[in-house]
Structure formats: C-alpha cells, structure tokens
Write a protein of this length. Sequence first.
Length: 134
Amino acid sequence: MSVECEKCNKWRVVKEYQEMCEVPEYFECSMWSLSEEEKGNCYIPQLEDDSEFTNERYTPGSLVWAKMKGHPRWPAMVEDDPIQLLYCKNLDTDPRYHVVFFGKKVTRTWLADRNLEPFSIPPSVCIPQYLVYI
C-alpha cells in the first residue's frame, strides 16, 4: 500500500498498513519503516512515479459495512467486478467500489464511497460468553 507524506508530499510504499482505514490521519516519512532497524525520512527520494498512486480508501479484500437504499447496512467485501475486472472507479470525482455482500445468495453491486464504512464489530455485540480464548 502507498501513503503520501504530509510534510514532503512523497509517496511511500508501506508494509505497516493493509488498508487506508489503518493509516493515521497524519502520516509523515518518519513513521515509515525501511527495515526493522531503519526508519524513513523525507530526504529519501521517492522511487516510483507518483502518478500510479491514488487516494483510494479500500482495496480488494477490505471488509466494509455497505448501505444500499431501502436496506440496512450489511457486511460486505470489496473485490473485482467479474465483468469489468475493476474494484474501484471514478476516484477523482465520485469514488465507487465494487462489493459482494455476505450471505447465502451472492449479491454484488457498485456503491459510492459515502455508502461504505470500514468493518468493525460494535463493542455491544462482543458478548464475553461467546469469545474464544486461545
């Protein structure tokens, strides 16, 4: 995943995060790890052309709560549309993501970014008697 530094505007390929929702609101090169011993900094040149990087919020495999008009929000996963072979489109204007809903019947659709939120289980749903301890 690639993240843009707030200080130098260089894009960095980071291994610390898998999805945009994990990236802190403020990111700078000093938060980027080159290796276990070496931290990044703004003086290191950007290796890739930044034109390939986008500000997409979700990537294939991202778990989300998806909301369709007339239905409650429902757990879904971002994945490639089997026909268009894309998982996101219109990133510059009105970002849309292709999602598949979890359930017995496979249901797919394209949804606007505003109708998705990162998946998380509300604390009220986590009942201790159902938790499995390893």
